[in-house]
Design a protein around this ligand. Sequence first.
Ligand code: NAD
Length: 244
Amino acid sequence: MAVALVTGASSGIGAAVAIALADAGWDVMAAGRDEARLEEVADVSDRIATWTGDLTGSADCDELVADTVDEFGGLDCLVNSAGILLRADAAETSDDDWRDTMTINLDVPFYLSRAALPHLIEAEGNIVNISSYWGIQAGERATAYNTSKGALILLTKAMAKDHGREGVRVNVVCPGGVDTPMLAAGADEEEMDTEEFLEMVASFSPNGRIATPEDIAGLIVFVASDAARQVNGAVLTIDGGLTA
Ligand SMILES: NC(=O)c1ccc[n+]([C@@H]2O[C@H](COP(=O)([O-])OP(=O)(O)OC[C@H]3O[C@@H](n4cnc5c(N)ncnc54)[C@H](O)[C@@H]3O)[C@@H](O)[C@H]2O)c1
């Protein structure tokens, strides 16, 4: 029996990952901020438990990992999906916006990974971080986001090197456009109709489509599994060829 902890699990990619892992036989702690939406995710499978809270500091992250281990008796995989996207160039980015973006997109994955490590070493488990193709190449008007997602890729590589010999794998998945509330918010930013906006984003990709959250979840279920035992420190793009 394997146990996964998934953040950002009340919506989008995190929700799809929690459900896909449960379908694949994992016990899942689905962590998020919206209790009602988390309950909807948990209703899909009796393998899913929920944890509601805002993740900001290391104490929250230590508590979430401890609660997961208390609930299921161990931890085999951490999926860091919680994140925020701020559309702003450097001149437009306030101190608070910068710090909030770094906190949830970079600090929290680090705090959770550090707290999870002793359990992952014991289980020979793994971490899957979710960065973005904007962590590889900069998107316009997203300075803090680009920076946080680029740093998350190096956090992944650093931990993969340091902890590989302890049996822990650390990988990062970099999606292109994915049809989630985060992407839909872009339509409002651009003052476009949502459907028109999604069509425009799809047209950027060589295969002409936007990913579903389930597309991303499928890759993560594979990376989390023993079938991917030789995959460590990998930056896995899943973007229809956008970064090719
Ligand atoms: N949607 C895309 O096109 C896309 C593309 C590339 C990467 N990503 C990345 O995928 C991940 C998931 O995003 P999504 O598209 O599913 O969007 P989403 O907005 O549906 O999910 C993000 C989740 O993070 C949670 N979150 C934000 N701040 C939090 C905090 N302080 N504490 C706890 N939870 C918090 C939100 O409540 C939300 O449930 C993000 O890291 C995002 O950067 C998304």
